[in-house]
Write a protein that binds this ligand. Structure first.
Ligand code: CP
Length: 316
């Protein structure tokens, strides 16, 4: 297994099974710190730089919270408009990264351009973590999701994932790549205009991810062990920012999880949603035993602790 020390976390395409389990094991070792709401000094000599060119609540703050739990410092920006990359100069990623690499020991970057964190990693002498790049990938989110599933169900192997929503989404891509390393099936349900791209499906074929495409929630809800959701009413992820319009669509019933739909689900199935949500996941579902998205938020901090401790060489 490759060492995580000094490594960029850009994609789950090249992640091996042993690497997933290694991170899960590091997360297990660090989890008591988060559970007991303690701060430690494991990364007290380190600084994380956040470079967010697109809005975020969870991903940025979970990385920051993880760094603070481990005693590290955080600097950075959450709105590129307040930097030279977002004003008259439109400073390049290369020039920006050549500054940021002197301000800290790892960079976590979200960008509206697919491949931007990869470009940053080309020029950076410190590890770069991809916090979501356009429609590309969202590796730290899917590592969080898989860790949540392992904790909640005791296994990832043998499970049927019903992935509902916009399959152009970066989480869906990282999930599809990751599941190639597990004995699990991905069942794809999306509106036609949000179907996975043929190139992505070819990649899943090449990697050996087991998947099938279905048309209706009724065809699969009884098979689901994990209901993995993304909105279908959402912004264009290739834009730096999109304000909510006065008029916007509602989620068709076929892509919605409600209390009524969940009556037909397995009793021990779980629902994950990386959030934020629109009307695809109604608040009435929050009260069901299946809901695990708040646990997912908690494990989001734990997984980012594991990632930061690993890439910064504090945990082997
Ligand atoms: N799930 C997720 O990426 O949330 P944020 O956009 O709030 O970071």
């Amino acid at each position: 297994m490759r060492s995580f020390a000094g490594r960029d976390i850009l994609s789950l395409k090249d992640f091996e099974r042993a690497e997933f389990f290694h991170l899960f094991e590091v997360a297990d070792r660090l989890e008591p710190i988060a559970r007991e709401r303690r701060n430690t000094d494991l990364l007290s000599a380190k600084t994380l730089v956040t470079a967010f060119y697109q809005p975020s609540t969870r991903t940025r703050l979970a990385h920051e919270a993880a760094m603070l739990r481990l005693g590290g410092a955080v600097t950075g920006f959450s709105d590129a408009k307040m930097t030279r990359a977002g004003d008259f100069y439109q400073e390049s990623i290369k020039d920006t990264v050549h500054m940021l690499e002197y301000y800290g020991d790892a960079i976590v970057m979200r960008h509206f351009q697919q491949g931007a964190p990869h470009e940053a990693a080309r020029w950076s002498s410190i590890p770069v973590l991809n916090a979501g790049d356009g429609w590309g990938e969202h590796p730290t989110q899917v590592l969080t999701d898989l860790y949540t599933i392992l904790k909640e169900k005791g296994t990832i192997d043998g499970l049927t994932f019903v992935a509902i929503g916009d399959h152009r989404m970066r989480t869906m891509h990282s999930l599809g790549y990751a599941l190639s390393q597990f004995d699990a099936e991905m069942v794809i349900l999306s509106p036609e205009e949000m179907a996975p791209l043929p190139e992505f499906l070819e990649e899943l074929d090449d990697k050996g991810t087991a998947y099938r495409i279905v048309d209706h929630i009724d065809d699969v809800i009884a098979d689901a062990d994990v209901i993995y959701m993304e909105p279908v009413v959402q912004p264009d992820y290739t834009q730096s920012r999109q304000e909510k319009q006065d008029e916007y669509g509602l989620t068709p019933a076929n892509y919605q999880i409600t209390q009524e739909v969940m009556k037909r689900a397995k009793g021990d199935s779980i629902i994950l949603h990386s959030l934020p949500r629109m009307d695809e996941l109604l608040p009435e579902v929050d009260d069901l035993k299946h809901a695990r998205y708040w646990q997912e938020a908690y494990y989001g901090v734990v997984m980012r602790m594991a990632l930061l401790a690993s890439v910064l060489g504090a945990m082997e």
